[in-house]
Design a protein around this ligand. Structure first.
Ligand SMILES: Cc1cc2nc3c(=O)[nH]c(=O)nc-3n(C[C@H](O)[C@H](O)[C@H](O)COP(=O)(O)O)c2cc1C
Length: 198
């Protein structure tokens, strides 16, 4: 069966650098036979977690906003690609809010002691795409930890990442050497139906 690859565009900038990276990944995944779902966070109303702890009881979020649309996709996808730029040395707020709202998955795992992914499903895969305007050595460190946490809590194995420093103005990603090839390779691996890579 074709794998479902969920792509999350986490930048407020329409067709910016990270969304371009995401599109390259998703195009390769689709060409490899995957079913692709793309969600643009800037089009959704996702509020911050309010720390009400409601999800600790039943693994569900009490807030009624567009995150409710996203939860089933996050649970059902076979592969998840998170694309979000560096803002203020961390993950852009739209994407970070979405990650914080994954607290119900944390509750399912660590409080309710259940699996996020039902038994018998192929192992899930994740990939992280990022761009930053500067080339500081540590510019990706904070956001990368958040992305690692996101995949961990969703029970997805991160199979790769594409971090592009020194990419600032819209479209500069087109000149980032090798990015298109690395993105395409990630897309193919996320779509791969064999369970070997997991
Ligand atoms: C509000 C804001 C904050 C930013 N903060 C940083 C930063 O701390 N470090 C950095 O290297 N780039 C920073 N940038 C630059 C972006 O990371 C860069 O423009 C990136 O290519 C944007 O990707 P996008 O087109 O997908 O939105 C910032 C940009 C904005 C708009």
């Amino acid at each position: 069966m074709a794998r479902i690859v969920l792509g999350i565009a986490g930048s407020p900038r329409r067709q910016g650098n990270t969304e371009t990276l995401l599109d390259w990944v998703l195009a390769a995944a689709q060409e490899s036979g995957a079913e692709v779902v793309k969600i643009r966070l800037r089009q959704l109303n996702i509020r911050g977690c309010v720390a009400c702890e409601g999800c600790l009881d039943d693994g569900a979020c009490v807030q009624r906003d567009d995150m409710q649309e996203l939860y089933p996709h996050l649970r059902e996808a076979d592969s998840i690609v998170l694309a979000a730029p560096i803002f203020s040395m961390g993950m852009a707020a739209q994407a970070k809010a979405m990650v914080d709202r994954c607290q119900p998955f944390w509750a399912i795992k660590y409080v309710l002691r259940q699996r996020v992914v039902p038994e018998g499903r192929p192992e899930r895969r994740g990939a992280y795409l990022c761009a930053a305007g500067t080339t500081f050595d540590d510019v990706f460190d904070g956001a990368r930890q958040v992305a690692d946490y996101f995949f961990h809590v969703l029970e997805a194995k991160k199979i790769g990442e594409l971090l592009c420093p020194g990419v600032d103005a819209k479209g500069e990603i087109l000149d980032f050497e090798g990015a298109r090839e690395v993105a395409a390779d990630l897309g193919r691996r996320l779509a791969d139906e064999s369970s070997g890579e997991g």
